[in-house]
Design a protein around this ligand. Structure first.
Ligand code: GLN
Length: 197
C-alpha cells in the first residue's frame, strides 16, 4: 500500500496513476496512517499551505522518521518540502530528506508554466518525456548524496538520494508513470508476498 499525502494539492492525480499501475493507494491525512504504508508521495500544490497543515498535526517529525526506512517521491511543492533549505524563505520548515537547496516559483508566475521535453536517466534506462512545469521550483544546489536524473536546459529537474526521489515537474499530469512504477511497484510486490505467506 502506497500513501499520498492528502492535505492540499493534486493528490487525486497520483492516486489515478497508482490505480493504473495496479498499485494500491490510500490518502494520508493523519500521521498514524504512515504505519500502514510502504511508500509515500508528497504531491504538488502550495508548499506554504502543505507546511501549515502538516505542522498542525505533527507530520514533520513523523515523515522524517518514515523516510529512514521507506521511499518518498516528492513532486514540485512536495520536492520543496523534502529539501534541506529554501532560498529566501523562512516560513516553511523543510524536511531535509533531500540534500538540496531550492528556490520557489523560480520560473516566474502561473503564466510562465510550460511543458518541457526532458530525458531521464535511471539505472541504465533512458526515457524521453514531456513534463509539465507549473510555477515550478528550481534546484539551486545539491549535496554529495544527491544524484541528478534529469535536466531541462541547464536546470536540474529530477534527483535521487538513497531511496528518495524529487521532481520539479508533475509526472502525474502528463501520463509519466515511470517513477511511480519504478519506486513503488517493488514495495507493492513485497506486500502481496507477505499477504500470500
Ligand atoms: N509554487 C508552488 C510552491 O511554491 C509549487 C507549485 C506546484 O506544486 N506545482 O509551493
Amino acid at each position: 500500500m502506497i500513501g499520498i499525502l492528502a492535505l492540499q494539492g493534486n493528490y487525486h492525480a497520483h492516486i489515478r496513476v497508482l490505480d493504473g499501475l495496479n498499485i494500491s493507494a490510500m490518502e494520508i491525512k493523519y500521521p498514524d496512517q504512515l504505519n500502514s504504508i510502504n511508500g509515500l508521495i508528497i504531491p504538488g500544490g502550495e508548499s506554504t499551505t502543505i507546511n501549515d497543515l502538516m505542522a498542525r498535526v505533527g507530520f514533520h517529525d513523523e515523515i522524517k522518521r518514515f523516510s529512514k526506512k521507506k521511499p518518498i517521491l516528492g513532486t514540485c511543492a512536495g520536492l520543496i518540502m523534502m529539501s534541506a533549505s529554501i532560498k529566501n524563505d523562512s516560513q516553511i520548515t523543510t524536511l531535509n530528506i533531500l540534500d538540496i537547496e531550492v528556490a520557489r516559483n523560480a520560473y516566474g508566475r502561473q503564466t510562465d508554466s510550460f511543458i518541457g521535453e526532458i530525458n531521464i536517466r535511471i539505472n541504465d534506462q533512458n526515457l524521453n518525456a514531456k513534463a509539465p512545469f507549473i510555477r515550478a521550483p528550481k534546484i539551486l544546489k545539491i549535496g554529495d548524496s544527491v544524484e541528478v536524473l534529469s535536466k531541462h536546459n541547464s536546470d536540474i529537474v529530477a534527483v535521487k538520494s538513497g531511496n528518495h526521489y524529487g521532481l520539479t515537474f508533475h509526472p502525474e499530469l502528463s501520463g509519466i508513470t515511470f517513477f511511480h512504477n519504478y519506486i513503488f511497484a517493488k514495495q507493492n510486490e513485497a506486500i502481496k508476498e507477505n499477504n500470500a505467506a
